[in-house]
Design a protein around this ligand. Structure first.
Ligand SMILES: NC(=O)c1ccc[n+]([C@@H]2O[C@H](COP(=O)([O-])OP(=O)(O)OC[C@H]3O[C@@H](n4cnc5c(N)ncnc54)[C@H](OP(=O)(O)O)[C@@H]3O)[C@@H](O)[C@H]2O)c1
Length: 259
């Protein structure tokens, strides 16, 4: 079994590492940057090419390029079995370029800086045609047994949920780290709390285990926090939006205005 990968970014990097580690050969890595291709060649000892018209024989071609470039790059690989890896892009964008196409959406955050344990990554597939389902499942299962078929419409919601649980939480952690360090406090002191939060949501519905001043309707504490954030408009806005959401959810009458 062999696959071709187009793109030299974060997802390509981890796809190559994952496939090589599970016995799938990489027939070619395509990219537009000679420098990045050389890096991939050194790191993985795989064939590389910056010539998108030089097509090798391969079971599938992964288009792991930025969302807005998927259609353009698909145009270079007309007639090949094409997959894109995006959460928010319609499968049908590929139908203009080939008869065999699909989506391979790994629901995880990828950056080259950290390791990925593919066996824990849920992979969401969508295909053009029944005949392609088994082949794509077979490829995905070389990386993870947590493989599901999902329509474009549902995948968009899943992608949105990824933004909420990863991108937004990470952004909150960015602000938290800055705030604590500015005051000479250690960000690491939040880790046990973060770990407990993760533990809790595995066991209970988030609605049930919500705590904090907004949950209790404790406007005195909230006003105190707002005072602490008086010079930090961005974080104050985030604090207010989330506090209002919690107040409204847990109080029949919307809470008193805390601005
Ligand atoms: N990162 C994640 O956490 C994640 C998770 C799931 C799915 N995805 C999806 O996976 C895909 C790739 O994401 P990524 O994070 O790997 O992105 P990335 O690290 O930013 O890499 C994007 C790649 O696309 C290439 N590219 C951009 N425009 C191009 C063009 N016009 N022609 C040819 N190549 C072009 C870039 O080439 P240059 O380096 O030369 O600019 C780079 O190799 C996206 O569809 C994304 O939605 C990402």
């Amino acid at each position: 079994m062999g696959v071709a990968i187009i793109g030299t970014g974060n997802v390509s990097f981890h796809l190559i590492r994952g496939f090589l580690g599970s016995g799938v050969s990489i027939d070619m890595v395509y990219g537009r940057s000679k420098e990045k291709l050389r890096e991939f060649e050194r790191e993985f000892a795989v064939p590389v090419s910056d010539d998108f018209s030089n097509h090798v024989q391969s079971e599938v071609y992964f288009l792991a390029v930025k969302d807005s470039a998927i259609a353009e790059v698909a145009g270079w690989f007309r007639g090949k079995p094409l997959l894109h890896t995006a959460g928010a892009i319609d499968i049908e964008v590929l139908s203009f370029y080939t008869d065999i196409y699909g989506v391979f959406y790994p629901f995880q955050t990828f950056r080259r800086e950290y390791e990925i344990d593919w066996s824990k990554v849920p992979i969401f597939l969508e295909t053009c045609c029944k005949d392609f389902d088994q082949k794509l499942r077979g490829i995905a299962e070389r990386l993870s047994k947590n493989v599901h078929f999902l329509s474009t419409e549902k995948r968009r919601y899943l992608h949105l949920s990824g933004v909420l649980v990863n991108n937004f939480v990470n952004h909150l952690l960015y602000h938290t780290k800055r705030l604590l360090e500015e005051k000479g406090l250690k960000f690491e002191w939040t880790f046990p709390l973060l770990e407990q939060t993760l533990e809790n949501i595995r066991l209970f519905d988030p609605y049930v285990i919500q705590t904090g001043p907004a949950r209790r309707g404790d406007l005195v504490s909230m006003t105190g926090h707002q005072r602490l954030l008086k010079d930090n408009d961005l974080l104050k806005d985030i604090y207010n939006v989330l506090s209002h959401s919690i107040l409204r959810l847990y109080n029949e009458e919307p809470g008193e205005n805390v601005d």
